[in-house]
Design a binder for this molecule. Structure first.
Ligand code: NAD
Length: 465
């Protein structure tokens, strides 16, 4: 057996005292014991004078979430916000107080000497530029996923991050989610044997889920700074739908893969220690949401990960379907040679099944087609060759872990950003990690639109020509 063997996992469980007995543990025992509750790392106390002053660029849905969760961290204060729709600026003051400075121009935020960190929650096509300008100005940066709009923009962000020495964290909370962190530990300890493949999906069945977000009735060229919004995108006349539903257009967004696959790659890379696939093949189509969007509403990708020091070679199939008659839902299923590990929103489930050590005969088999005499002879031969009919399965058939009550992965992720600033450490989900998650997601779009297999070099983070 390889070093990923499940035996190692059973030993770990027993040594850790999680189970009274490792070998011989039954499914019923596992179920009656209930899930093992995971523990969050204790928070280090913050002195009352330790303030981190933040400013937020982009105060749409995620801007509000990022600011709200930032303000849960002791000592974090909101100084100013920038947005291109006046209603979002008004709402920012309604929610966070009149003292919050508001502007349409994000550069005013970066120029402020009383701001330590910038939170970027704009449409994807602005991520690289604002990140680079903020890092160059000596600010720490929390930038929403996907880290960049185009793969080629990634290296410049990493360069700016390195040059600045500031904390740069990409905003996929899957990077801090304790279920993926625990999954990594379990896989490394052999819980599912040798990793063979992952089946991952994130499906939806609603208009909002398919990005048909509400457009305010007061939206107009005077309440929206349309020209500024365009940035480096092709010039065109004011269009409220494009502004408020930017995800539906390649000029500003990154489609389903950039929006959602990037989370799934982030989680997958945490759980496996993977850095990205070498081959990317995608297909899909626009089936239902024919509202003028130029991106598919169903996309499926296949990915080949080469063996590294962290994992064997494995394959991934990933899907997002916005027309899901089964009602939507998501799943991360890591399949190994001796078991499967499900990573759920707030839980992990491992179900084991080990290949029988003897092949067996009869049933759906050629054996029954043999002559009676041959069947007898075969049975005698089999008994001699496999005197032991095969080992029964050892260890628990199913083990469950659960996140503690009230656990919120986004809060944990935001908290990690401020912890890095305070401790002077690098973010785990830094520019390199961020590009290694965004790269295959964006290469998925390339494969879909260009109808070809994309070769990706996960080490240099470049498309191989
Ligand atoms: N981590 C997550 O789970 C998660 C969830 C949703 C969205 N996101 C990411 O967050 C980002 C924002 O998504 P959203 O749903 O909040 O979009 P949104 O449309 O609700 O908000 C985007 C805001 O950015 C503003 N904006 C755009 N360009 C700007 C600029 N140059 N200067 C100032 N403001 C600018 C717009 O005015 C708009 O209000 C996206 O990159 C998205 O992928 C992450």
């Amino acid at each position: 057996m390889s070093h990923y063997s499940r035996r190692k996992f059973v030993k770990t469980l027993t040594a850790g005292g999680a189970f009274a007995a490792g070998v011989g543990f039954t499914h019923a025992q596992a179920a009656s014991d209930g899930p093992i509750v995971l523990e969050e790392e204790p928070q280090t106390p913050v002195s009352p004078n330790d303030r981190i002053r933040v400013a937020a660029v982009g105060m749409g849905i995620m801007g509000f979430n990022n600011v709200r969760d930032s303000l849960l961290v002791p000592g974090v204060e909101l100084v100013a916000v920038a947005d291109l729709y006046d209603g979002h600026l008004t709402r920012s003051q309604e929610v966070f107080g009149k003292q919050v400075v508001t502007t349409r121009d994000y550069r005013e935020l970066i120029a402020r000497s009383d701001v330590d960190a910038i939170i970027i929650s704009t449409s994807d096509h602005w991520h690289d530029r604002i990140s680079i300008e903020a890092l160059n100005a000596g600010k720490h940066v929390y930038c929403e996923k996907p880290m960049v709009h185009k793969i080629e923009e990634g290296q410049a962000v990493i360069d700016a991050e390195k040059k600045s020495g500031k904390v740069f964290q990409v905003g996929s909370q899957y990077g801090s989610n304790m279920v993926f962190v625990k999954a990594k530990e379990l896989i490394a300890s052999g819980a599912i044997g040798e990793l063979i493949m992952a089946e991952v999906y994130y499906d939806r069945q609603s208009a909002n889920g398919a990005w048909q977000y509400s457009i305010p009735t007061d939206a107009s060229p005077s309440t929206v700074d349309w020209d500024k919004f365009l940035g480096d995108a092709p010039k065109r006349g004011y269009d409220a739908t494009r502004f408020f539903r930017w995800r539906n257009y390649q000029d500003y967004g990154t489609g389903v893969a950039g929006d959602l696959f990037v989370h799934l790659f982030t989680g997958l890379h945490v759980a496996t220690g993977g850095i990205g696939p070498e081959r990317v093949l995608a297909t899909g189509g626009l089936h239902y949401w024919k509202d003028g969007r130029d991106v598919p509403d169903l996309i499926m990708g296949l990915y080949d990960y080469a063996a590294t020091e962290h994992h064997p070679a494995f394959h991934v199939q990933m899907r997002c379907n916005f027309v899901d008659g089964s009602g939507g839902g998501s799943q991360v299923r890591l399949i190994g040679s001796e078991g499967v590990l499900y990573v759920e929103d707030d839980a992990i489930r491992i179900v084991n099944s080990r290949m029988a050590s003897a092949p067996g005969y009869g049933g759906w088999d050629t054996y029954n087609t043999f002559s009676e005499a041959q069947q007898k002879e075969f049975a005698a031969w089999y008994k001699e060759k496999y005197p032991d009919e095969g080992l029964p399965m050892q260890g628990p058939a199913e083990v469950r872990y659960k996140t503690p009550e009230g656990y919120n992965a986004h809060v944990a992720h935001v908290r990690n950003f401020y912890r890095c600033i305070r401790e002077g450490t690098k973010a785990f989900e830094d520019g390199t990690f961020g590009l290694r998650a965004a790269g295959p997601a964006l290469a998925t779009n390339m494969s879909y639109f260009e109808q070809r297999i994309i070769k990706w070099d996960p080490r240099t983070m470049r498309v191989v020509k």
